[in-house]
Design a protein around this ligand. Structure first.
Ligand code: GMT
Length: 376
């Protein structure tokens, strides 16, 4: 197939999923065209069968807000015509589905160009329910030729909140279990834990919904009982406040803020536990990546996280904001080796049996076929 993919290229899990999906599809023989305003962070444009088309938005002085949605629609239509695309797959509803809908109309005289929208979370739970975007989000879902959601919880919320009647197909987030693999020796850990300390890790875009300050508080609690350090990977608005809190709690020497990283798997597999204290998480890709590396996650019982983590088996689930509870779980994992080994193995097994690329990518391929074979 010839597939056009659009996503937010620089920020967040939806862009990562879109990029990894494109790479996996290309490896399976499909021609994949990324149509975005910047090269997606994890995308190697030299990868066979991967093409990158940059959308340029010219900023005329009259425009207070440059009309990206329209420039994107034009770009999608141009690429579809020039490369004979079979379909578009957009990640994150707003504004990508509306651009795809316009591209479908623009090209209707010469071709059929269906589009699939994948809902990732905040496009529904935060942005979509904002009164200024509610109606257009609902419309964009209804206009899509196919809609997928990354968890059952997000599917349920989409149907309940927007009252949409078209089918929303659940296709879970996935992980490449070969790239994200455990390293029992944790080669290189001395760089971050020179005195044999245990290592906690957090990965996110440091937005308020991620509750990054909870990670700092958890470390401070854990350190009252055992020697541990924390790696904070990623960047975003709450990085400064988290650094400030670390200084206030006197743990700044024990936290490394590493910023955005290209090969997070090399860092995750050094850690003993992943912290994901989020306020809301429609799936929790970072937890899945950790589980695939055999690193047990401590998450919160929100959104789609319980569809990924089974509390007490392959990780722990706590209450949002319950720092003491999550610190207690972290301490258990850092000090009880048989428990850690059992959970690490179970976490890896969950990734392997339920969420590996070889299980999930065929679901996308089958869904595309289904859309293409439907009468227009
Ligand atoms: O909040 C983020 O991490 C970014 C956000 C996005 O839309 O880019 O992530 C969402 O999509 C990820 C990939 O599908 C999911 O694993 C995350 O759970 C989801 N984030 C939230 O729901 C807060």
């Amino acid at each position: 197939m010839r597939i056009g993919i659009t996503c937010y290229p620089t920020y967040g899990g939806s862009g990562i999923v879109a990029t990894e999906l494109g790479l996996e599809l290309a490896d399976r023989g499909h021609e994949v065209h990324f149509i975005t305003y910047a090269n997606p962070i994890r995308l190697d444009p030299n990868h066979p069968r991967i093409h990158y088309h940059e959308v340029e938005v010219s900023n005329y002085p009259l425009f207070q807000y440059p009309p990206y949605c329209l420039a994107l629609a034009s770009g999608m239509a141009d690429v579809a015509q020039a490369y004979n695309l079979d379909l578009l797959h957009v990640h994150y509803a707003i504004p990508h589905s509306i651009s795809a809908m316009l591209a479908r109309q623009m090209t209707a005289a010469t071709r059929r160009l269906p589009f699939v929208t994948t809902l990732h979370g905040t496009d529904i739970t935060l942005v979509g329910i904002d009164p200024s975007y509610f109606a257009i989000t609902k419309f964009s879902i209804e206009q899509s030729d196919g809609v997928t959601s990354i968890s059952e919880d997000l599917r349920r919320q989409t149907v309940e909140v927007f009252g949409v009647t078209n089918e929303v197909r659940v296709i879970y987030n996935f992980v490449n279990c070969s790239t994200y693999a455990p390293d029992p020796e944790r080669k290189g850990i001395e760089e971050f834990a020179p005195n044999g300390e245990k290592l906690l890790i957090h990965l996110s875009n440091f937005r308020p919904v991620k509750r990054v300050n909870d990670c700092i508080r958890i470390l401070a609690e854990v350190r009252k009982h055992t020697d541990a350090r924390l790696l904070m990977v990623g960047d975003g608005p709450d990085r400064g406040p988290a650094q400030h809190l670390a200084a206030q709690l006197g743990v700044q020497k024990h936290v490394s803020f590493l910023g955005k990283q290209n090969h997070v798997e090399r860092l995750i597999r050094l850690a003993h536990v992943l912290l994901m204290p989020s306020e809301m998480e429609s799936f929790g890709l970072a937890a899945l990546e950790a589980m695939s590396c055999g690193v047990p996650p401590i998450g919160t019982r929100v959104g789609g996280v319980p569809e990924l983590i089974t509390d007490g088996e392959d990780g722990f689930l706590g209450k949002v904001g319950d720092v003491q509870g999550q610190a207690g779980r972290a301490l258990q994992l850092l000090t009880d080796e048989p428990l850690h080994a059992r959970m690490a193995a179970a976490a890896r097994q969950t990734a392997l049996t339920r969420f590996c690329t070889n299980r999930i990518i065929p679901q996308y391929e089958a869904y595309y076929e289904e859309i293409l074979n439907r009468p227009s």
